[in-house]
Ligand binder design. Structure first.
Ligand SMILES: Nc1ncnc2c1ncn2[C@@H]1O[C@H](COP(=O)(O)OP(=O)(O)OP(=O)(O)O)[C@@H](O)[C@H]1O
Ligand SMILES: O=P(O)(O)OC[C@H]1O[C@](O)(CO)[C@@H](O)[C@@H]1O
Ligand SMILES: [Mg+2]
Length: 494
């Protein structure tokens, strides 16, 4: 399927008639290397060859609407009641985003009423809709000092119409959804239900995912804090492995389908000998297999450190009957088998057979990683995303996520954010860096790169309940088939 320029157009509730509190500040601002003026756009692609192949005038190149404050806004702040909900797995920085939203809404726009729905979308059901937390500047003052989310989060299906009823009954006209791919799918369904009733409610997403698996965003918030924390555990097993005869250190890190945390945490320390991620298949046996490679390391260096993403090698578990192929969590995400345990057992058996005396240290620090507080970098990032989200909502944007793309903050229509899964490209420069750092070009490439399903539009391993929409599949952003009018002319979405 093809991405059309129209797919990059952000939906608007209507014309902006109210003066924004930022009008004066914006009056003289122009686009610069550090600022994108309202009305200017940020390019989707960033190489000469990608842009050249479109053969289009500059103002028709695929681009995103810039985020940020507008001179005119859609909502009268006096009549805004905002809702906030956090959904899916935890991620460092959730509280920072909540705090940033509340501060921006109250201090700059003068919004008086902000409600936090509790425990994810579950808090928006008929049963729970009145159990909200009033979010005031006082309530959120110190929440950034703790990990998790003061609102709670959850997985599991809720009825979109019932959630719209909750918004109507609680008088919410601006909703901020902080969540991952599943949450953005839910947000899209919720938005469709809002549109079907012709309601004047803005839905803005702040993409959150510890796995960094959402596309069209440089890196998701909390990711840096998470992989920084993960390095602590790699460091521990490295020390343990190095101090044991024939030592084997294994750390299993989160990453259901995308091995970004494993890659970045490994690069940060540069002590891992082998990195295994879902995107790059490997085998255990044979001369090209992991076991032979591990034995080589142990014989030459005395120990080996392996960093494995939880989604790696699931095919190996399946072959051995160690994977319940249709098991899912409440949100329809595939439940994974324990690749770390398989590595531990098979490496121990192999090295023992080879006459060695392995000591295996296996750590699975998953929850100890995603529950940490945001570091200084992520704290800044979360706050700026929150600001962008509030500006977008007040300007009447809807069904839109706020992200940072190529260093600029932009608006990405929600269908795009769920259109495919961001994964480590085995042909890309990140994986090349990992191979350079581990120095052994392992695992060897057994195929030509991510297949079509994996990289573009695929949701392998995600099994949603019947009737759920997994969003449109689009072609590789590098192969956009551009079709269409000048999207840069400001125009309301029909
Ligand atoms: N296709 C869908 N349609 C409607 N609702 C969905 C869909 N997918 C997920 N949801 C709902 O969105 C919420 C969050 O989804 P999920 O548990 O998959 O986490 P997520 O947002 O993907 O975050 P993460 O991947 O970081 O854990 C859940 O309440 C889930 O029921
Ligand atoms: O155990 P939970 O809370 O379902 O979360 C586990 C999953 O959540 C994720 O962090 C994504 O949020 C995955 O990497 C991980 O497998
Ligand atoms: Mg998800």
């Amino acid at each position: 399927m093809t991405l059309h320029l129209e797919d990059l157009r952000v939906r608007r509730l209507g014309e902006c008639h109210y003066d924004s509190p930022f009008s004066e500040m914006l009056a003289a601002k122009q686009t610069s290397p550090h600022y994108v003026a309202e009305g200017d756009r940020v390019l989707l692609e960033d190489t000469v060859s990608m842009l050249a192949k479109h053969n289009l005038p500059a103002n028709q190149l695929p681009s995103f609407e810039a985020a940020g404050p507008r001179r005119k806004i859609y909502f009268d702040p006096a009549h805004v009641s905002a809702g906030v909900v956090t959904c899916g797995g935890l991620c460092p920085g959730l509280n920072n985003v909540i705090r940033g939203l509340v501060q921006e809404l109250t201090v700059h726009y003068g919004v008086k009423r902000i409600l936090g729905f509790r425990n994810g979308f579950r808090g928006m059901t008929a049963e729970n809709r009145n159990d909200t937390i009033e979010l005031t500047p006082e309530r959120v003052r110190d929440i950034n000092n703790a990990g998790g989310t003061i609102l709670g989060s959850s997985r599991g299906a809720q009825d979109a119409d019932e959630m719209v009823d909750s918004l109507v009954l609680r008088g919410i006209n601006v909703l901020f959804i902080i969540g991952g791919d599943g949450s953005m799918r839910a947000a899209t369904r919720l938005s469709a239900a809002i549109r079907a009733r012709d309601l004047d409610i803005a839905v803005i997403g702040v993409p959150k995912t510890i796995d960094n698996d959402l596309p069209f965003t440089d890196q998701s918030f909390g990711f840096q804090s998470a992989f920084a924390q993960a390095t602590e555990f790699i460091s521990s097993v490295s020390v343990e492995a190095a101090a044991s005869p024939d030592g084997i250190g294994i750390v299993k890190l989160m990453g259901r389908h995308s091995g970004f945390i494993a890659c970045y945490a490994s690069l940060a320390l540069n002590t891992a000998d082998i990195v295994l991620i879902p995107e790059v298949p490997f085998v255990l046996e044979g001369t090209d297999g992991l076991l032979a490679r591990v034995e080589q390391h142990v014989r030459s260096k005395g120990y080996v450190v392996i960093v494995v993403a939880e989604g790696a090698g699931q095919d190996l578990l399946a072959e051995r009957g160690l994977l319940q192929s249709d098991a899912t969590d409440a949100s329809g995400n595939a439940k994974l088998g324990d690749i770390g345990a398989l590595l531990r057992e098979s490496i121990t058996a192999h090295l023992t057979d080879a006459g060695l005396t392995p000591t295996v240290r296996y750590i699975d620090p998953s929850y100890a990683i995603r529950s940490v507080t945001a570091n200084a970098y992520d704290s800044v990032y979360c706050l700026r995303l929150a600001h962008a989200a509030v500006h977008a909502a007040m300007a009447g944007r809807t069904e839109t996520a706020v992200v940072r793309w190529r260093r600029r903050f932009v608006h990405v229509p929600m269908p795009l954010i769920i259109s495919y899964r961001n994964q480590v490209d085995p042909d890309g420069d990140l994986w090349m860096s990992v191979l350079e750092a581990t120095g052994h070009l392992f695992p060897p490439r057994t195929h030509g790169g991510l297949d079509q399903e994996q990289s573009h539009g695929g949701h392998r391993g995600v099994r949603r309940p019947a009737g759920w929409d997994d969003g449109v599949a689009i072609q590789n952003a590098g192969q956009l088939d551009v079709d269409l009018p000048d999207i840069n002319s400001a125009r309301s979405f029909p």
